[in-house]
Design a protein around this ligand. Structure first.
Ligand code: ADP
Ligand code: MG
Length: 544
């Protein structure tokens, strides 16, 4: 019996946009389907290795492409893990990415087709990309170990049909009923062998499973694990396509890092820094982007033992040679060798960023704009690499509108200036209008303007850079080497200070005369160890 169900609202809206905005490269639908099939094969192999009770034939795991020129259909079939009825409803009928609502809002606000296509590309709408080329999509699937199969079909217009099947082959087959409007255009003829070969070669060559066309024995892809090949033999385009497969991003990466560890613990790592921050960078609770393989066998996604939280934007693969296939996330976290690998990966990522920064400031600042905020979290979490991180941060300052590095700040320090000055606040304007800044600016001292919430926290931990103390201009006694306050001046102000002291008794610790200000009459200064007003607000907002 077949049921008609509605796509979840977000899924429906994304589908609509997918169908109606012209993404410039329709060919990628095949890359997306092959990527999903490959993931499903990876999962099945792992499952069969660790679950001895699962009786499935894993002797010929592969991806089959089948063309029917008369019916104008293209089928992508795998004998991988498959999906249960509930899986299909939840995985295909809904979108669970936490950035979806935000993305949809942006999409609605972008009138330009081009802009919309870019946003969709950033989001990487995998399976739904089929609706760029098909006006009907049928999916038949059966999960490994289950007897009931499921048939799903949709025209991408808001609803789908779903029914149970008694006889479905294990794995998943996705059949596209290609749009009639493309039938005359050679460029969009997805039933032509040359076209399919070209797309597979271009986007999916590295896929580790054989991709066979219409029953032919020779696979279309070379199947070479990219990370195991020497760097010199891999073209940038190959790296880029591999990145898209592991990251589900549609945009080329910002940087590729290919490394190998030899000795007692061998591993290969192929890591990527994305060009753009994903929508859910701050909402998905620090989920990591590096996959773990053991000798070419996929073990897990989002392996948190391999990268620290603050490098959660790094994507890629680590293939470790001497681990058990059965290893759990918990055990991995404790594994000494994995900890060593993590430390090497971190050092390599940070040194790569350093090289980019030294070589091409402009390029580095595009990276910083996307991930700077995340990287700053490392100043708190990673004491071992604090120095390296301090050399990577860019901060707004009173020197100019362009952010500065700590090194540049130090190079500009004035004769007699011993400390690195900063002020935290809600915004640049807020900080610039603060009376706290006056005396510093008057002396020609540069002040770092820290407006990210995370800044409030790291400045509490990081006390110096290059042996120069970091000093808040809003805290404690700042010795600017100013002229002494003349005794008769102190005397003159004594009654006022005493009166202010008693009147404000409940609110302030002390009222004192200062040379800190040049034009303002008074300002409130925090004690050396007090919370800053922004931090206080932050804690209050968190209910503490
Ligand atoms: P993503 O791959 O980014 O998760 P997709 O839209 O491509 O998003 O796929 C959604 C989900 O549907 C996948 O995560 C997977 O769980 C499931 N899926 C898609 N294709 C297959 C397949 N061939 N076999 C098993 N599961 C699949
Ligand atoms: Mg996918």
């Amino acid at each position: 019996m077949s049921e008609t169900l509605e796509f979840q609202a977000e899924a429906r809206q994304l589908l609509q946009l997918m169908v109606h905005s012209i993404y410039s490269n329709k060919d990628i639908f095949l890359r997306e389907l092959i990527s999903n099939a490959s993931d499903a094969l990876d999962k099945l192999r792992l499952e069969s290795l660790v679950n001895k009770d699962l009786s499935v034939d894993t002797g010929d795991l592969h991806i089959a492409l089948e063309v029917d020129k008369d019916q104008r259909t293209l089928t992508v079939r795998d004998n991988g893990i498959g999906m249960s009825h509930e899986d299909v409803v939840s995985l295909i009928g809904t979108i669970a990415k936490s950035g979806t609502a935000e993305l949809l809002r942006k999409l609605r606000e972008s009138p330009e087709q081009q802009q919309r296509a870019e946003l969709i590309g950033q989001f990487g709408v995998g399976f739904y990309s089929t609706f760029m080329v098909a006006d009907r999509v049928t999916l038949v699937t059966r999960k490994a170990g289950e007897s009931q199969g499921t048939r799903w079909e949709s025209a991408g217009e808001g609803t789908y049909e779903i029914e149970s099947l008694d006889d479905a082959p294990q794995g998943t087959a996705v059949t596209l009923h290609l749009k009639a409007e493309d039938s005359e255009d050679r460029l969009f003829d997805y039933t032509a062998e040359w076209k399919i070969r070209e797309i597979v070669k271009k986007y999916s060559d590295f896929i580790a499973w054989p991709i066979r066309l219409d029953g032919a024995d020779t696979p279309l892809n070379s199947m070479k694990a990219l990370w195991a090949r020497p760097r010199s033999e891999v073209a940038d385009e190959e790296y880029h396509e591999f990145y898209k497969h592991v990251s589900h991003d549609w945009t080329d990466p910002f940087e590729t890092i290919h490394m190998r560890g030899e000795g007692t613990f061998e591993y290969e790592a192929l890591l990527f820094i994305p060009a753009r921050a994903p929508f859910d960078l701050y909402t998905r609770d620090g989920k990591r982007g590096v996959q773990l393989y053991v000798k070419r066998v996929f073990i897990m996604d989002d392996c948190e033992a391999l990268t620290p939280r603050y490098l959660r934007f790094v994507k890629g693969v680590v293939d470790a040679h001497d681990l058990s296939l059965n290893i759990s996330r918990e055990i991995l976290q404790q594994d000494r060798q994995i900890q060593v690998v993590q430390r090497r990966l971190v050092k390599k990522v940070l040194s790569t960023l350093r090289e980019i920064k030294d070589k091409d400031q402009q390029r580095y600042s595009t990276f910083w704009g996307e991930f700077g905020r995340t990287l700053k979290e490392g100043l708190l979490d990673d004491a071992e690499n604090r120095e390296a991180l301090l050399d990577l941060i860019l901060l707004p300052s009173t020197h100019s509108q362009e952010p500065t590095s700590m090194r540049e700040y130090v190079e500009r320090m004035q004769e007699g200036q011993s400390d690195i000055y900063y002020m935290t606040g809600e915004s640049r304007a807020h900080v610039e209008n603060s009376p706290h800044l006056e005396a510093f600016l008057a002396k020609g001292y540069e002040v770092l303007i820290l407006t990210d919430p995370v800044d409030e926290v790291w400045v509490e931990q990081v006390t110096q850079y290059d042996e120069r103390p970091l000093q808040s201009v809003a805290k404690g006694q700042v010795d600017l080497g100013a002229e002494e306050i003349a005794p008769e001046r102190s005397e003159g102000f004594a009654p006022l200070l005493a009166w202010l002291g008693t009147t404000l008794e409940k609110d302030v610790k002390e009222v004192r005369l200062s040379t800190r200000l040049t034009t303002s009459a008074a300002c409130i200064v925090g004690d050396e160890h007090d919370m800053t007003p922004t931090l206080e607000r932050m804690y209050r907002a968190m209910g503490q």
